[in-house]
Design a protein around this ligand. Sequence first.
Ligand SMILES: C[S@@+](CC[C@H](N)C(=O)[O-])C[C@H]1O[C@@H](n2cnc3c(N)ncnc32)[C@H](O)[C@@H]1O
Length: 218
Amino acid sequence: MLDWMGADSEHWADYYAVTVDRPAWRTVRLAIDRFREEDEASAARLRGDSGSVAPRYAVDLGCGAGRDTRELLRAGWRVLAVDREPAARTALEEAVEADLRAGLQIHIEDLATVAIPPCDMVNASLCLPFLAPEAFYPTWRRIVGALEPGARFAAMLFGDHDESASDPEMTCLSPDRTEAHLADFQIEHWSVEEDDRPTALGDPHHFHLVEFVARKRA
Ligand SMILES: C[S@@+](CC[C@H](N)C(=O)[O-])C[C@H]1O[C@@H](n2cnc3c(N)ncnc32)[C@H](O)[C@@H]1O
């Protein structure tokens, strides 16, 4: 098998075993920091009131073994983690700290059809490009529709120079096209990197990574 192409359940189970203890991606960490700053500012405004700030709610699409999900839980968020692979549920349930389990819901569903509830953030690390175009664009629209003004979309995508871009079952947009699809958002973090390096499972791969954190405009 050539890196991602034809990735099957066995491939993803191996991927979870390798990545389960890896740190969360910087996109999700940056987004958490932005919300924390905003919540601290509003807590300062509310000081003296009896009101307390409700936990934030994130949907982590293509959660895998949950490196980002667990970072969100540790930051006090409630999380709906979604992945198509039952092995993702097993890996995540085994890895999540016992005192954080109450904040976690896991749905084993396809990103192409999963209902995305209204939430403070949709996080999608290295998963949306695995959708073919006919599923990618409707899923993107469902993500945008789930986010109210002030909510965030954090993602890592493969760009059009990525080796995966030749796979017709995947969608690897150019950075310009990704940016154009974020017209409803203020982009707070943006990074494009292109290099040759091994995948998590050690296969050589030409990577073109596009990552962003974006805040929905009013
Ligand atoms: C490269 S892994 C990334 C996992 C995790 N976000 C991370 O960064 O460690 C891609 C994940 O997307 C999931 N995935 C790919 N296509 C999917 C689909 N159509 N529906 C749901 N999950 C999907 C895979 O099962 C896998 O867990």
